[in-house]
Design a protein around this ligand. Structure first.
Ligand SMILES: *Cc1c(COP(=O)(O)O)cnc(C)c1O
Length: 392
């Protein structure tokens, strides 16, 4: 058992606080200090304590990376300056001209990275399919397909994809399965335990949890992929700095208590919206009528803190409702302790072309809620008054 494994086989809540972490060996400091240094002294040329230069080695970042690997059940984790930087590093695993299949209801920035950057720079070709339809996925695979890219629950429609079923299809064809686990967090689901090869995160969201940092991570199931990612992280250099690593690690310690509360509050909010006369439709995998409910109940421990709804309103009234919120803040992003609300068509998903948005169902009256950990009755009352204000 290594020095960092004292929480191994312990419960998730314990591992959030102790997983991959230890007291500072130099001073005994209980929380991991911010090591703000670029280089390390050597006693003779080439003789050092395993730390050479800050891009490759930083104790604060390493503590975060070990903690994330522990919680996701991977061989190793790597932290980057943003979620997209982590995802870009994962795409560096692929040779020029690769074909990839991605889920169609994707984070807008991931779509932009694939289509507006990688397509031109490395000839990446992406087919977008509704992966909740396994026949559609099978039909999209080609002999040259080298990667599957999944988001489940998806953004913003909270579609559920059967991770294990996708992995089964990918494994036999030598395809790497990547799961963007930003919405679920390892508290709700651990894709590596279902056979996925790589998990990516925007740490900016639930892992950081306080809307006070931008960061990302990639966690690899096996050492072979981990070694490649480690090389790419150092060679391309998009690392997370020590200050943000410290913040992310501090956020991570309360992931268990936050997620338990987010999930409980989101279910209450979804149930409230579902019975509201001004609400056309609610998307929440925890509702029994959600098409992915059975799979979600099987592969997730909780259904997450995100709720999406379509209002019975036109665009003008929908905008009015969003502006009338008082506790919910109208803002992009998600996963913080504070509740956020937004309009995907105008805000987070504006980079997806209008016809594509329409095709996948991101309507003008569709709103997305990141249910925070304020008092849930206060949150419901806020939505209630905002809807009343919009139709009044
Ligand atoms: C925010 C987000 C990203 C991008 O992460 P950044 O930290 O903003 O670069 C990727 N995927 C999902 C699902 C996200 O919500």
């Amino acid at each position: 058992m290594s020095f960092y494994d004292k929480a191994k086989d312990k419960a998730f809540a314990t591992r959030c606080i102790h997983g991959g972490q230890t007291h500072d060996s130099a001073t005994g400091a209980v929380s991991v200090p911010i090591y703000a240094n670029s280089t390390y002294a050597q006693s003779a040329p080439g003789e050092h304590q395993g730390f050479v230069y800050g891009r490759g080695h930083n104790p604060t970042r390493h503590a975060l990376e070990r903690a994330l690997a522990d919680l996701e059940g991977g061989a190793a984790g790597f932290a980057f300056g943003s979620g997209l930087a982590a995802m870009d590093a994962v795409l560096d695993l692929l040779p020029v001209g690769t074909h990839m299949v991605a889920s169609d209801d994707l984070y807008g920035g991931s779509y932009r990275l694939f289509e507006k950057v990688r397509k031109g720079s490395t000839g990446l070709e992406v087919t977008y399919v509704d992966m909740s339809d396994l026949d559609a996925l099978r039909a999209a695979l080609r002999p040259q397909t080298r990667m599957l890219w999944l988001e489940t629950p998806s953004n913003p429609l909270l579609k559920i994809i059967d991770i294990a079923a996708c992995v089964e299809m990918a494994r036999s064809r030598d395809i790497i399965t990547v799961v963007d686990n930003t919405f679920a967090t390892p508290w709700c689901q651990q894709p590596l335990s279902l056979g996925a090869d790589i998990v990516v995160h925007s740490l900016t969201k639930y892992i950081g949890g306080h809307s006070d940092l931008i960061g990302g991570a990639a966690i690899a199931l096996n050492t072979e992929l981990a070694d490649k990612l480690k090389f790419i992280q150092n060679a391309t250099g998009g690392i997370l700095g020590p200050f943000d690593s410290f913040l992310a690690l501090r956020g991570l310690k309360t992931l268990d208590v936050r997620m338990e509360r987010h999930c409980r509050a989101a279910l209450r909010m979804a149930e409230y919206l579902a019975q509201h006369p001004q609400v056309e439709k609610v998307y929440y995998p925890g509702l029994p009528n959600h098409p992915g409910h059975a799979i979600a109940a099987r592969q997730m421990r909780g259904f997450g803190g995100m709720v999406t709804a379509v209002l019975k309103m036109d665009l003008a009234a929908t905008k009015k409702m969003l502006s009338a919120c008082r506790i919910f803040t109208l803002a992009e992003s998600l996963g913080g302790v504070e509740s956020l609300i937004e309009h995907p068509a105008i805000m987070t998903h504006a980079s997806i072309p209008a016809d594509q948005r329409e095709k996948i169902g991101i309507a003008d009256a569709l709103i997305r809620l990141s249910v925070g950990i304020e008092d849930i009755d206060d949150l419901i009352a806020d939505i209630d008054q905002a809807i009343a204000a919009a139709i009044g």
